[in-house]
Design a protein around this ligand. Structure first.
Ligand code: AMP
Length: 481
C-alpha cells in the first residue's frame, strides 16, 4: 500500500501547512490509525510508546476540530508530569499556530493566580496534571461546559503515581457528550476498568512500534565497580563522542557530584533534577534543546516527556531502580526515525536489576567491551578536535517554525482598553497585510504581543509607524522574547 499523506485525512490548509513547517511529511503508524477515528469522534484506547508520534496523533485531529471562535476550552489533556504537560502544550501550539489555537498548561508549583489569568483569556486547549486541573475546577476557574475532547495521556504512569482518583474526579465533572482518548504504554486492569466506566464502546488500537524503537536504539551495558564509573564514562565519551547526550543518575546528589566532576574536566554539561526551581528546569531543557550544551545530567524526572531532537546517546550512569524507567530513559534517543545508543553502567550488585529489565521488556542487552588504551587515546584527540569546531546549534521545532513568524511588541495593552480585535483591525489596514497574516494576539496589561506570519513583520512594523490603535499612539518593535 502506498504511504499515506496527511492530505488523505482531509485536514484544513492551516493544519497541513503547520505540519509541513514542522517537517512532518507523512503520518507515523499511530497517526495513521488514530487520526481518522478521532476525526469521527470515536472513543479509543491506544497502546503505544512515547517516540511513536502519539502526541501529534491526538493533537492534529483535535486542532482540526477546534472551533476557533468559541471562548471556553474545548479539549482537556491530563498528563502525569509538568514536563509532559508543557511538551504537549508546545505541540498543540505549533500544530494549531496558523489556525490561531491557544493552548495553556497548568500544573502544580506554578502560582495559581498566573494560571487563572491565562484561563480567563480565550483558551482552546488546556493541558495539565490532574491535581492542579481539579484545583481549577473546584475554584471555578476552568470552565468545562464546552469540553468535547478528553485525553488521558500516559495513563499507566498516572496510575503508578496514585493520580487515578483525581483523574476520576476530573472525568466526573466533564460533559457526558464528549470524546475520550486514552494513551498508555501498558494497559493494566485498573485502567481497563476505568475505560469501561467512562468510555463509550472504546476501540482498542495497538501500535507495534515498540520493536522498531528497540531496533533503532543500540543498547549495551558495562559491568563496573562504582568507584571506576567516572573513568569509564570518560573513555566512552572519547570513543563515542556524543553530539548530544543525557546522563541519568539515581539521586539529585549523584547528579550534582557528576556535574562537578564533569565541569572540572571542562565538559559542556548542565544538571537537571527535582531540587531545582521549575523555571530553572524549563530554561535548562530549552537550552539543551537548542544544543547549547552537550550533556544533560539528570534524574528520572527528565525520563518522560522531554522531546529533544537528535539525542545521540543515553547513558545510565546509575541503572534505574524501576524497570519501566529504563524504557522511558532510553526512549529519549531514537525519537521518531532517528537512531541512538543507550549505555547502562551496572555494578556487580546491580546485575540482577539488569536481568529483570531484560526479562520485563523481552530484550537482550549486550555487554560492551571497555575501550582499549589506544582507542581512548585516538578518541580523545578526535574529541578535542571536534570541540574546536563551533558547537552544532540544533534547529528545534520553534526555529523551524519561526523562520517566517515574528513576534512583535506593541506598547499598549489592557490598561489602554485595547482588545485583540483593535490590534487585528489596525494591522490588517496596512496595505499588503491580510487578516490571515496575523497570528496569536496576546494582550497584557501594559503591552501586547502579536505573531506576524508569512515573513510580513517588517511590512507591519513599517506600517505601524504611521498608525494609532483605538486612537492611541503606539510604539511597535520586534519582541525580545
Ligand atoms: P511523541 O511520540 O509524541 O513523543 O513524538 C515523538 C517525536 O516525533 C516528536 O519529536 C514529534 O515532533 C515527532 N513527530 C511526530 N509526528 C511526526 C511526523 N509525522 N513526522 C515527523 N516527526 C514527527
Amino acid at each position: 500500500m502506498d504511504k499515506l499523506n496527511f492530505k488523505d485525512f482531509q485536514l484544513s490548509n492551516t493544519i497541513l501547512e503547520s505540519l509541513q513547517k514542522l517537517g512532518y511529511n507523512s503520518p507515523s503508524e499511530v497517526q495513521e490509525k488514530v487520526i481518522p477515528l478521532i476525526l469521527k469522534n470515536k472513543d479509543i484506547i491506544v497502546k503505544s510508546q512515547t517516540g511513536s508520534g502519539k502526541t501529534a496523533a491526538f493533537a492534529i485531529p483535535i486542532c482540526e476540530k477546534i472551533e476557533i471562535e468559541e471562548k471556553n476550552p474545548q479539549a482537556l489533556v491530563l498528563t502525569p508530569t509538568r514536563e509532559l504537560a508543557l511538551q504537549i502544550k508546545e505541540d498543540f501550539s505549533y500544530i494549531g499556530r496558523l489556525k490561531k489555537i491557544n493552548c495553556t498548561a497548568v500544573f502544580g508549583k506554578e502560582p495559581i493566580s498566573l494560571q487563572i489569568k491565562k484561563l480567563k483569556q480565550r483558551v482552546h486547549v488546556v493541558t495539565g496534571t490532574p491535581g492542579r486541573i481539579l484545583d481549577h475546577i473546584e475554584r471555578n476557574t476552568l470552565v468545562l461546559e464546552k469540553i468535547k475532547y478528553l485525553v488521558i495521556d500516559e495513563a499507566d504512569e498516572m496510575l503508578s503515581r496514585g493520580f487515578m482518583e483525581q483523574v476520576e474526579s476530573v472525568i466526573g465533572s466533564l460533559p457526558k457528550n464528549r470524546t475520550t482518548l486514552l494513551f498508555s504504554a501498558t494497559i493494566p486492569d485498573e485502567i481497563l476498568k476505568l475505560c469501561n466506566v467512562y468510555m463509550e464502546n472504546p476501540l482498542n488500537i495497538e501500535v507495534q512500534c515498540e520493536s522498531s524503537v528497540k531496533d533503532r536504539i543500540t543498547q549495551m551495558y558495562y559491568k563496573i565497580e562504582a568507584p571506576y564509573k567516572f573513568s569509564l564514562l570518560n573513555k566512552i565519551i572519547y570513543t563515542e563522542r556524543p553530539d548530544s547526550s543525557m546522563i541519568f543518575c539515581r539521586t539529585k546528589k549523584n547528579v550534582d557530584d557528576l556535574v562537578l566532576q564533569m565541569k572540572a574536566r571542562k565538559y559542556s554539561c548542565e544538571a537537571l533534577h527535582g531540587g531545582m526551581l521549575q523555571n530553572e528546569r524549563i530554561d535548562k531543557i530549552e537550552s539543551f534543546k537548542r544544543g547549547e550544551f552537550t550533556f544533560l545530567i539528570c534524574t528520572d524526572i527528565a525520563a518522560r516527556g522531554i522531546d529533544v531532537e537528535n539525542i545521540t546517546h543515553i547513558i545510565n550512569y546509575d541503572i534505574p531502580m524501576e524497570r519501566e524507567n529504563y524504557i522511558h530513559r532510553i526512549g529519549r534517543t531514537g525519537r521518531f526515525t532517528s537512531n541512538g545508543t543507550a549505555i547502562t553502567f551496572v555494578t556487580p550488585k546491580e546485575y540482577l536489576y539488569l536481568k529483570k529489565i531484560e526479562e520485563y521488556f523481552h530484550i537482550t542487552i549486550k555487554e560492551g567491551s571497555i575501550p582499549s588504551l589506544e582507542e581512548v587515546e585516538t578518541g580523545k584527540k578526535l574529541f578535542y578536535e571536534k570541540l574546536k569546531s563551533a558547537p552544532k546549534r540544533k534547529e528545534d521545532k520553534s526555529t523551524k517554525f519561526n523562520r517566517d513568524i515574528t513576534k512583535i511588541y506593541i506598547s499598549a495593552g489592557k490598561r489602554k482598553k485595547i482588545r485583540p480585535r483593535d490590534v487585528a483591525g489596525t494591522i490588517s489596514s496596512i496595505p499588503g497585510v491580510n487578516p490571515e497574516d496575523i497570528g496569536i494576539i496576546d494582550i497584557k496589561d501594559n503591552f501586547s504581543y502579536v505573531d506576524i506570519l508569512f515573513g510580513k513583520a517588517e511590512m507591519v512594523l513599517e506600517g505601524l509607524q504611521h498608525k494609532t490603535i483605538k486612537g492611541k499612539t503606539i510604539r511597535a518593535e520586534k519582541a525580545q522574547k
